[in-house]
Design a binder for this molecule. Structure first.
Ligand code: DC
Length: 212
């Protein structure tokens, strides 16, 4: 059977990665977290002194882009810290950064058999994806999920701080000039606010059946 390309887009902390990883495992496909790549570039910037007083030096970062090993850094657990979360929108809005990461993502998905999650996968990275899912969930539900994730990772942050971070990122993701978060016209919307992962998997099986 043909190896499919599956695109999952949606707001932050909506459970995209958990869902995408489960679909990939189910189909024996590769799971690719594109957000981790934007976080990787952000972590690199923080660690190389090109963020001063919370402000990113854009030209320094752009000049350094070719030296950043995105795929390796994307596996670093520190990409999930609140420092990275607070800065990542400043990095992901830069056209040069997006151009580089989109190229990496397309290369990784060249042969199909991938489930990639992000913001612009169905619209920009793989406009011809076989299945496009746009995942949504109530902001309060998403904040609670992120809070529990960070707590489990031993990070001290308040729920209020996370809610504010999510609100800010939703706004920035939707209003940025280049590749804003938008639902592709041919994407199927799934609101998972009140769904378990098992229920989401049952739903996706039905979608996959239609493709076969
Ligand atoms: O999914 P996430 O929260 O780990 O994503 C981190 C940031 O990267 C988020 O603020 C939006 C940005 N992002 C993006 O602009 N395009 C993508 N394809 C994935 C993430």
């Amino acid at each position: 059977m043909k190896k499919l390309t599956i695109a999952i887009d949606g707001f932050s902390s909506g459970g995209k990665s958990t869902f995408a990883r489960a679909i990939a495992a189910r189909l024996g496909y590769e799971f690719i977290d594109s957000g981790a790549m934007y976080r990787a570039v952000t972590l690199w910037a923080l660690e190389h002194g090109i963020v001063r007083g919370g402000v990113l030096d854009e030209s320094d970062l752009i000049a350094a882009l070719d030296r950043i090993d995105v795929r390796e850094l994307a596996a670093d657990p520190r990409i999930r810290s609140i420092e990275v979360s607070n800065l990542v929108s400043q990095v992901s809005r830069l056209p040069a950064v997006r151009e580089k990461l989109v190229a990496v993502q397309r290369e990784m998905g060249r042969r199909g058999g991938v489930v990639m999650d992000g913001r612009d996968i169905g619209t920009v990275v793989f406009p011809d994806a076989d299945l496009k899912i746009f995942l949504t969930a109530d902001p309060a539900v998403r904040a609670r999920r992120r809070y529990e994730e960070l707590q489990a990772a031993g990070q001290e942050v308040s729920l209020a701080e996370i809610e504010e971070n999510i609100r800010q990122r939703d706004l920035l993701d939707q209003t940025r000039e280049i590749s804003p978060l938008r639902q592709a016209p041919d994407a199927i919307v799934l609101d998972n606010s009140n769904m378990t992962l098992n229920e989401q998997m049952t739903w996706v099986e039905e979608q996959l059946c239609r493709l076969r």
